[in-house]
Design a protein. Sequence first.
Length: 701
Amino acid sequence: MKFRNTKSFIKHLVPLLSLTVLANTAQAEDKAHSSETKLAPVTVQADLRGAEESKLPVSTTVMDAANLQDRGANQLEDVLLQTPNVNFAGQDARAKHIQIRGMGERDDYTGAPNPSVGLAIDGIDFSGIGMISNLFDVKQVEVLRGPQSTRYGDTAIAGLINIQTNDPTPYQENMIETSIGNGSLTEVGLMTSGPFSDKKDSPQYRVAIQKHYDNGFRDNVYLHRDDTNKHDELNVRGKLRFFPTEKSQLDLTLLHADYNDGYDAWSLNNTLTTLSDQPGKDTQRTHAGAIKYQYFGQVATLTSTTTAANSDMIYSYDQDWTYKGYYSTPFTGTFKDAKNRSSFSQELRWVSQPNARIFNKSTDWLFGVFASRLEEKNKIDSDFNDNGTQYPWHVTSKYEVNKFAGFGQLDTHFSSKTVLTTGVRLEHHESKFNSTDGDSFKPNENLVGANISLTQTLTQHQSAYVSVARGYKAGGFNPGLPTNKKYLTYYKTETAMNYEIGHRMNLANNRLKTQFDVFYMDRQNPQFDGYTYIGSNYVFYTENFDKATNYGLEGQLDWQVNDQWKTFANLGLLNTTVKGSSSSGAFTIDGRQQPHAPNYQFLLGGQYRSHGYVARLEYTGMDAFYFSNSNNARSKPYQIVNARVGYETKSWDATLWVKNLTDERYATRGFFFGNDPTWTNKKYIRLGDPRSFGITTHVYF
């Protein structure tokens, strides 16, 4: 397997890993049997059956509540780039365009939603609009890599991110979290949970509220403001749990998020200093809820999950990134996209009990049905003035899609050590789109996803798997195209065959865990984005290339060396290719790496915890990657260091932290185009946040 730009990385990484291991081996051997500190097993809730992570035949990263707190993770973007082969396009105030193994969208669309990475919060679908992925009072974050179409349908051809918040507790617990830091950071969170009474099977509740503010680390020198790129965010979650009978459970989840973020992230000289006279915003106001009913029967557990969500969003920016009068000729513009998305879903799932196995008591089974409806309304207003010529663009659109699916899975136990898993999902799409530009589409299609895997327990502490999965992503249409681009009106369904081998190991009395996965993905009719101009406005479209391949490996290590020391490392290697040329003929990427698909990513670190003192150091790195299919502009490789030191007791803790300790300048998004009156193409990059520091405290009562 050949990876470009990785030789020097591996040359330096391998000795570093070796030194880390050797330095701790003596201590580990001395305390291998006396230490009581262990790495607890984790159940992956995103799996249809809810399997233990070590037994799941999928490349998975799971971060539980303790791990998230040790990292100081507050938003999903705080952990994405530390996860093997996961990236995101930093075009927005928060991460919502995510790539897994090089697959995923990078821009806000101008037509219908078409995500490749599924994102769910407590079972509610927020794929493509996940900027509200707050991690306060979260139980765990699960990242499943590779096609998850059997589990999650056409929005998860690249993978799935599942965020599970903490459930109500049968005992009383409360917590207050506060943070202050540079960049005007102020954060306050409150959580309370417990039963309504002392009676057995009393209803339980949990409420979590967090308010976050920071100024966004940009300095607008024209407006003399430092808050034009601010994050002003409120998250409220409430949960209720009831026990209608001894064999049933009812969970109600309510979510409210109000993100009133600024958007002033781009500058003509690629710095953190901006000149916009009309800075934009990136907002999302969401109300959502879920009802989950479980009946634990003798033969099977019936789970009914109903979800509903409504989100109002505004995405706007200053198109010229400057103020009126900066140029000698008029060159100004603004862009605004106002969205409303509402969704509803219903799933019924039957999961067999151990005593209800079929085929001579060898096979566990499950099956289910799913239906959903999504409606989105968009209103785009764009006004651009180039040397006195106006280029107005005003369009409204409405998109509706109904999905109906049936799915099933069989887990056949050939022996106590060998399990064959087969699954299938049949999905029907009915969609409708119309706009004031005169576009009208009503495509319908049937889609099929499937998976088969063989899991083998090798020893008491090791297992391996081999799997084949077929993922799919619905075809669609491109609205707003000019006459000479009408041949791009429709694009085909994409399919992906993913071949994967994995190994799991759990040694040293459950204190050393490793995962290693190798994959090869063959994509047919791969969907990639492009763009064209109408006047001076961009029109983005999706088109099919002939073929694409995404292959590589993911490695993860967690080692609780002894009661005090913990070492951890993640590694993602990725190689991607594309066959075919753009239908527009303007640019070709035949044989080139895919965009936002770095050849390597890594995380290396250690943590010390003893007598209340805690210290943690993280070293993260990423290779260069292309920004787009429309040009050859690239980022640069970079490394980031995070550090934390604190003191903790059972009732409180306090932690001093620094993110991006070396103040690295790195790109999370980039373009290559002309944005001045000469229309000279240049590379523009969106920088990640500079060094930040602060203190976070928790009080438990």
